[in-house]
Design a protein. Structure first.
Length: 110
């Protein structure tokens, strides 16, 4: 996908959903997973991801912990109990949004 503005507004629910499914992840792992799940078509930059992670942490949606792995420090993020509630709400909103797009563009559900 060569137009990042198409997915800019859904970066937050993408990150929240990945953390819900994977329990905890570090930043590069999130970018790699998005790239893998989209066959390389969606790429999240560090400049977009880390401010979002910090914002979600400040809102109490995420919490972080640092772990020493392979001679380096990694900062892992995971959902808080509040974040799990946000995830449920976010998933519902995205599902509804996709349905509306399908209706607008007369697309058949996958």
């Amino acid at each position: 996908m060569n137009n990042p503005s198409l997915y800019k507004g859904i970066l937050r629910p993408i990150v929240i959903r990945l953390l819900e499914e994977n329990k905890k992840m570090y930043g590069f792992e999130i970018t790699r997973e998005v790239k893998s799940l989209t066959a390389g078509r969606v790429k999240i930059t560090e400049g977009a991801l880390y401010p979002l992670l910090h914002s979600l942490e400040a809102e109490g949606v995420l919490e972080s912990e640092q772990q020493f792995v392979d001679n380096r420090m990694r900062k892992y993020y995971k959902l808080t109990p509040r974040g799990k509630k946000v995830s449920e709400h976010s998933f519902g909103e995205i599902t509804e949004f996709i349905t509306h797009l399908q209706n607008i563009f007369n697309l058949k559900p996958a």
